[in-house]
Design a binder for this molecule. Structure first.
Ligand code: GLN
Length: 476
């Protein structure tokens, strides 16, 4: 299917040089969003503010001003980013109607380069999920098959890109939420090194693994966006210095690149159709000159268990701020403060948020802390050490993104453990803070399969270059 969007840097050049106006790009985007509303990729549309921004950019260009790297380029932000001009709900009833008092740094940086936020994307409430079915406002449908899920939690962002609503979308990735929907829906999904992109103004899920994700049609576009977003932000103390002055694709050769195939990801539990697609993708990398070896990271077998102890623990802490007093939903029938806490949280939170609060408070409680939380932290460190030692012999890791292709709506919705298994190949990079990217790599039974690449922390630019080379080889 041909896209209506050129690479984002070309779009910006076209707008700057008057080949097309920002208003035309925004109208094209709004039209596609409206035409494909049945997929429910989007929770709200910022028609008024997007049109006003486009008009302003067009006027400034007419006056001879230079706008920026993303002049007039429309995008969609996952609805856990604070954005002026629409509600920020994180797809949870408890935040319904919430208006951002300030904007997230990522949005400010994109706008400073001339990009225009046209809509907010659907997600699993607070980012908890792998299918977008945990959205309190109804699921998003897979762009390739409306009876299937688009992945999650950034399912709306991925679907929006694949449905051609926008050239790129922002997501978040705490345990795979930008990569797995990219694999299920068929686009590029990138998770940066922990701390590379500011999370200020993004609804917190699990602070030790939360990252900002980018979903786009090409790795080149991801590099352009990363160049705008990466680096220190005084509003997020976990941010780190960017490793390069400019994120750009300059080396698209795979010759001599040492890539390790993660043994633990290729074995039991991997759907045979996905396995075949991934094996043939890896063969293509080898034929293009990459040096492929098998590597083992034994503690990956424990990564899902570590993740589902540590992440709920952090979630239980981060969600404590939704108490019905300061913002969001407050139950009007409450008779006193205690009653207000109980009723507001009982009615405001969905099932999955409650499940995670219960697990999280349990593993942090006295008597269980040492057995669960502390042990999980120790094994997390062991996992990080194993990643580090593997990176002494290879520069990149490769493997599948998820054990299956997009599953049917409802198939795993009532089975949390089955749903959690969708994350088994993505949580490792999250726990270790590594950059990881997913590129389309063929299909299985007409459903997309994404190839995942990872590299050491703070080597995002290298990873993007190798991924761009891989994307070229995949589509050749
Ligand atoms: N599916 C994972 C979870 O439910 C990852 C979510 C995410 O990255 N936000 O926790």
């Amino acid at each position: 299917m041909a896209s209506q969007w050129k690479p984002v840097s070309e779009l910006a050049n076209d707008v700057q040089s008057g080949v097309i106006s920002a208003s035309e790009l925004v109208e094209a985007s709004l039209k596609t969003i409206a035409a494909k509303s049945e997929y429910h990729a989007v929770l709200s549309v910022l028609e008024a503010s997007a049109r006003a921004r486009a008009k302003d950019i067009d006027t400034r260009i007419a006056k001879g001003e230079t706008i920026g790297k993303l002049a007039g380029v429309p995008f969609i932000a996952k609805d856990n980013f604070l954005v002026f001009g629409a509600e920020t709900t994180a797809a949870s009833n408890i935040l319904k109607g919430f208006q951002a008092p300030y904007q997230s740094t990522a949005i400010n940086l994109l706008e400073a380069e001339g990009a225009i936020c046209v809509a907010k994307a659907n997600l699993d409430a607070f980012g908890h999920g792998a299918s977008t079915e945990n959205s309190d406002f109804g699921p998003t449908l897979n762009p390739h098959d409306k009876t299937r899920v688009p992945g999650g939690s950034s399912g709306g962002s991925a679907a929006a890109v694949v449905l051609d609503m926008v050239p790129f979308a922002l997501g978040t990735d705490t345990g795979g939420s930008s990569r797995q929907p990219a694999s299920f829906s068929g686009c590029v999904g990138y998770k940066p090194t922990y701390g590379l992109i500011s999370r200020s103004g993004v609804v917190a899920m699990a602070s030790s693994t939360d990252t900002i994700g980018t979903l786009a049609r090409s790795v080149e576009d991801v590099a352009t966006i990363t160049d705008v977003l990466a680096g220190i932000d005084e509003l997020d103390s976990t941010t780190i210095q960017r490793e390069t002055e400019g994120y750009a694709i300059t080396d698209t050769s795979l010759k001599g690149k040492k890539i390790g195939v993660v043994k633990e990801y290729m074995g039991e539990g991997l759907d045979p159709g996905v396995k075949t697609a991934i094996e043939s993708a890896i063969e293509k990398l080898a034929r293009a000159g990459a040096e492929i070896v098998e590597v083992s990271i034994p503690s990956l077998a424990l990564s899902l268990a570590i993740y589902y102890i540590l992440v709920p623990a952090e979630i239980s802490s981060n969600l404590s701020r939704y108490d019905g007093q300061r913002f969001g939903y407050s139950d009007a029938s409450a008779t006193n403060l205690e009653d207000s806490y109980v009723k507001s949280r009982s009615h405001g939170f969905g099932k999955e948020a409650k499940r995670r609060i219960i697990i999280g408070t349990h593993v942090l409680s006295s008597g269980y802390y040492d057995a669960y939380y502390k042990k999980a932290q120790l094994v997390r460190t062991k996992l990080i050490n194993e990643f580090n030692s593997v990176f002494e012999s290879v520069d990149y890791l490769v493997g599948p993104t998820a054990p299956t292709t997009a599953f049917k709506l409802g198939e795993n919705a009532n089975d949390p453990l089955q749903m959690y298994l969708a994350d088994v190949m993505t949580v490792g990079a999250s726990l270790a803070g590594l950059p990881a990217i997913v590129i389309p790599a063929g299909s299985s039974e007409d459903l997309p399969v994404g190839l995942q690449l990872m590299s050491p922390a703070k080597t995002d630019n290298q990873l993007l270059n190798v991924a761009a080379a891989a994307q070229k080889v995949m589509s050749a």
